[in-house]
Design a protein around this ligand. Structure first.
Ligand SMILES: Cc1cc2nc3c(=O)[nH]c(=O)nc-3n(C[C@H](O)[C@H](O)[C@H](O)COP(=O)(O)OP(=O)(O)OC[C@H]3O[C@@H](n4cnc5c(N)ncnc54)[C@H](O)[C@@H]3O)c2cc1C
Length: 378
């Protein structure tokens, strides 16, 4: 076994790259270039204007980032680790733009891919992978957030049709989406519906103003007698397992995304502390500052290792052959204990911790425009 070389990257204390395959490194490099060229130069402008840049959707589709972990239907069929690496790079550019990829791929496309009929998959997934159709995922309601089982949106039979009524809140991309996956109470429990957003009675209004995640869209959706054919229901999703399985996909991406944001915050803090002179020395020359930077780097390295391990565990063959204590204590009957369910909160804590270090006024803070305090979202 060869000894991994020390990395020249100050945020990489453990030769993290030596744990990645050449394909993973190549994909990460491609996304990093895209973020450096297309997102970083523009993000302050988009953030200030509270604007989601729709024009970069085709670019992301060209890179195969939309539904990238899904196979077939025009999707890239990338591994869980590749998907995570891409999420980390995107969120190093901006949390709101990583959120776009999560809502499109992990929530809306995953719902159709996991639980949809073959017709629904054929109709929607190729155009969503190509960036020609944006999707959204409507689970949360004004009075049903952490507890989606208390949702009041309902779908009632009228002949062969379904008629949906209710309100959804905080729904990413709902006003630019061509298709919405809406979860609703039925006589048969909670079921999912594929709703083309040009259906009469569907109305999405952006929630404004927002303090954070400003370069992304979240909406309130009103559903007023939205009439759908019988074929609009996702046939395989029964109960909360349907939406929760998609949330777990999104949470997995958030683990990586939070670490990308943390890394970018660290790099900004390091650069600034090397340039800013006080008492004739750069701030980075003082031990108190060095201690803070080292603590940040340490937590970031731990977070990336955790993200990678969970990504490897998500690879089906590995899960079957080398079941760790984690995996064997995690059963379908206890979905809330899956690693992807728990890890984002740890990663978000590390990221928020890094963010707080950078919470200086905008004028003096090199990372202020892109670092938002809330990181628990899809
Ligand atoms: C930027 C953004 C994007 C979003 N995008 C989407 C989307 O695309 N689709 C969608 O369906 N939803 C979306 N959401 C909604 C998100 O899923 C909800 O915000 C989340 O489920 C929490 O619900 P809530 O905001 O109503 O908070 P609440 O459920 O009211 O919780 C408030 C606080 O109480 C705590 N709390 C709640 N229950 C407990 C408990 N049992 N024990 C201890 N503490 C508890 C929570 O942790 C939280 O800190 C988005 C939200 C945001 C902010």
């Amino acid at each position: 076994m060869t000894t991994p070389e020390l990395s020249a990257d100050p945020s990489d204390l453990i030769s993290f790259d030596s744990l990645l395959t050449p394909e993973e490194l190549e994909l990460r490099g491609t996304v990093r270039e895209f973020v450096n060229a297309q997102i970083k130069p523009n993000i302050a402008k988009w953030f200030e204007a509270a604007e989601f840049p729709l024009e970069i959707v085709p670019e992301m589709a060209k890179l195969g980032l939309l539904g990238m972990h899904l196979k077939g239907y025009g999707c890239a069929g990338r591994s869980a680790v590749e998907y995570g690496l891409a999420g980390a790079e995107l969120e190093a550019g901006d949390s709101g733009l990583r959120t776009f990829v999560s809502v499109q791929g992990s929530l809306a496309m995953s719902a159709i891919y996991k639980w949809g009929s073959e017709e629904q998959k054929q109709e929607w997934l190729p155009q969503m992978a190509a960036g020609e159709a944006i999707g959204c995922f409507g689970l949360t309601e004004p009075t049903a957030g952490s507890d989606p089982s208390s949702m009041t949106t309902n779908a009632k039979r009228d002949g062969d049709d379904w008629v949906l009524n209710g309100t959804k809140r905080w729904i990413g991309l709902a006003n630019v989406a061509k298709v919405a996956v809406i979860w609703a109470q039925t006589d048969d429990g909670i079921r999912g519906f594929v709703v083309p957003t040009d259906t009469a009675g569907y109305k999405a209004t952006p929630i404004e103003p927002k303090l954070s995640m400003r370069a992304s869209i979240q909406c309130e959706i009103e559903l007023m007698d939205v009439r759908l054919p019988a074929s609009a229901m996702l046939p395989e999703a029964k109960g909360l397992r349907g939406p929760f399985s998609c949330l777990n996909e999104a949470r997995y991406g958030i683990i990586w995304g939070a670490m990308g944001a943390a890394r970018d915050s660290f790099e900004a803090a390091l650069d600034y502390s090397k340039q800013r002179m006080q008492f004739d020395k750069p701030l980075a020359g003082y031990q108190l500052t060095q201690q803070k930077l080292v603590d940040m780097a340490l937590e970031i390295n731990k977070g990336f290792l955790l993200a990678l391990q969970i990504g490897r565990m998500k690879t089906p063959v590995r899960c079957r052959t080398t079941r760790s204590r984690w995996a064997s204590s995690t059963t379908a009957a206890r979905p809330s204990r899956s690693p992807a369910r728990l890890a984002p909160s740890w990663a978000a804590t590390a990221s928020r911790w890094t963010t707080r270090r950078c919470a200086m006024p905008t004028t003096s803070n090199p990372c202020a425009p892109t670092r938002a305090p809330t990181r628990f979202t899809p």
